[in-house]
Structures are given as structure tokens and as C-alpha cells.
Design a protein around this ligand. Structure first.
Ligand code: AP5
Ligand code: MG
Length: 213
């Protein structure tokens, strides 16, 4: 099963992708998480990605595509994966499509998590993220058991550098311009599914499970 998560920044792609990955025993592949892990480890890739991410801009397609294709070529992705934050531009989607076609394969579901912009800005300030394992919390909606500590791996939680209000607004603009066209792209391929992302995360997940079967 190969799944793409679509939706604005903060729509809950990561939250849902983690649950899908657990339920269906497939890897959760997030380009954002890969970049953040590289930033944390001070790699060259991390340094380059950070210069874009901090402004809320997209990391260039060429670099992002290379990272993603390397990741999905790994053994654990053989039986499927859930992509979170990739593709994010039409050129990225085309490359993925071409690579899958070469393998006689395709994306089975593109799930668009719908949340209006007004809700997003409010959500982001409360988000806390674990850079070690990729888990995501919210101080009100999804609090960790112990404040500031990841339930899953015990590492300290961070407020992401790109969750400042001004940066969030730019990320939303970039989303509408560059990423929203992917909704039509996957609709044209007959694999688009829409879910309401404004309800409780567990309810969003129930609705996704109905789609995936
Ligand atoms: P990335 O890490 O992918 O960020 P994003 O797309 O902006 O999405 P977020 O991770 O902010 O939101 P999410 O939808 O995963 O929501 P979450 O589940 O955390 O990318 C970061 C940057 O990396 C980009 O700006 C770009 O620079 C670069 N990048 C990454 N991929 C790239 C690519 N392919 N090409 C180019 N550049 C790329 O939820 C948000 C908050 O809401 C959390 O606190 C959560 O607990 C809470 N929440 C979740 N669901 C609900 C709910 N139903 N109700 C209430 N609260 C909820
Ligand atoms: Mg995310």
C-alpha cells in the first residue's frame, strides 16, 4: 500500500501518517522529519535545508527528490509506505509517478486532510515535536503525559523554528501556490480521498481507516 498525505502545513498529516504507519505496518516517510534530523546532526544537507525551512520556503526539488528516492528504495519500503510532506510540487509528483511507473507500480491513495487556514495558525503555536522519533504533540489537543518529554522515546520536545506566526503564514502561501495543485493532480489519477481534519485526531483516523479498508 502506497499512500500520499496531502494537506496544508499543520493540517495533521504527520499525526495521521504515524497512526497509519502503525496500523498498517508500513514506514512513515516524512521529508520534513528527514531534514530536521539532518539539521539536528549538523550535516551539510541539514544546513542547506535549514536556510529554506526557516523562511517557510520549499527546499529545492532536485535535492528533495534525491533524498526521497533514496529513502523509498530501502528494504523496509518494499511493501509500501506513507509519504508525509512529499510530493509538494507538481515536478516532485511527476518524478515520483515516473519512478513508480518504471517499477510497474503506483500511488494507491492520496489523502487530503482538509483544515481551513484560520485553524492552522492557531494550531501551530501549540505544537511540540520530537526530533528524535518524529512524534508530534499539541499542548492542548494532544498533550504528552509528561510536559516537554516525548511519550514514545523520552527525548525533549521542541517548538519548531518554522512555527512562528509569520513563518506559518508564509508556509500557507507557499502551500496554496505550490502544493494545492496536487489535489487536482491526484484527483485526475482517480486516487484522491478527502477527510475533514478539523475534528479530533482519533475521529480523523477512523475516517481514514474507512477509506483504506
Ligand atoms: P513539514 O515538516 O512537512 O511541514 P508541513 O507540511 O508544513 O507540515 P507540518 O509538519 O507543519 O504539519 P502536519 O500536517 O504534519 O501537522 P501535524 O500532524 O504536525 O515541512 C517543513 C519544511 O521542510 C517545509 O516548509 C519545507 O521547507 C521543507 N520540506 C519538507 N518537505 C519538502 C518537500 N517535499 N519539498 C520541499 N521542501 C520540503 O499537526 C499540527 C499540530 O496540530 C500538532 O500540534 C498536532 O498535535 C495538532 N493536531 C493534529 N491533528 C489535529 C486535530 N485533528 N485537531 C487538533 N489538533 C491537531
Ligand atoms: Mg508534519
Amino acid at each position: 500500500m502506497k499512500i500520499v498525505m496531502l494537506g496544508a502545513p499543520g493540517a495533521g498529516k504527520g499525526t495521521q501518517a504515524k497512526m497509519i504507519a502503525e496500523q498498517y505496518q508500513i514506514p512513515h516517510v516524512s521529508t520534513g522529519d528527514i531534514f530536521r534530523a539532518n539539521i539536528k546532526n549538523g550535516t551539510d544537507l541539514g544546513k542547506e535545508a535549514k536556510s529554506y525551512m526557516d523562511k517557510g520556503e520549499l527546499v529545492p526539488d532536485e535535492l528533495t527528490v534525491r533524498i526521497l528516492l533514496d529513502r523509498v528504495a530501502q528494504e523496509d519500503c518494499k511493501n509500501g509506505y506513507v509519504l508525509d510532506g512529499f510530493p509538494r510540487t507538481i515536478p516532485q509528483a511527476n518524478v515520483l509517478d515516473e519512478e513508480l511507473t518504471k517499477l510497474g507500480d503506483k500511488i494507491d491513495f492520496a489523502i487530503n486532510v482538509e483544515v481551513p487556514d484560520e485553524n492552522i495558525v492557531k494550531r501551530m503555536g501549540g505544537r511540540r515535536a520530537c526530533v528524535a522519533c518524529g512524534a508530534t504533540y499539541h499542548i492542548e489537543h494532544v498533550p504528552p503525559k509528561k510536559e516537554g518529554i516525548c511519550d514514545k522515546c523520552g527525548e525533549a520536545l521542541i517548538l519548531r523554528d518554522d512555527d512562528k506566526e509569520e513563518t506559518v503564514k508564509n508556509r500557507l502561501n507557499v502551500y496554496h501556490e505550490m502544493t494545492q495543485p496536487l489535489i487536482d493532480f491526484y484527483n485526475g489519477k482517480g486516487v484522491l480521498k478527502e477527510v475533514d481534519g478539523t475534528v479530533d485526531p482519533s475521529v480523523v483516523f477512523e475516517n481514514i481507516k474507512k477509506i483504506l479498508g
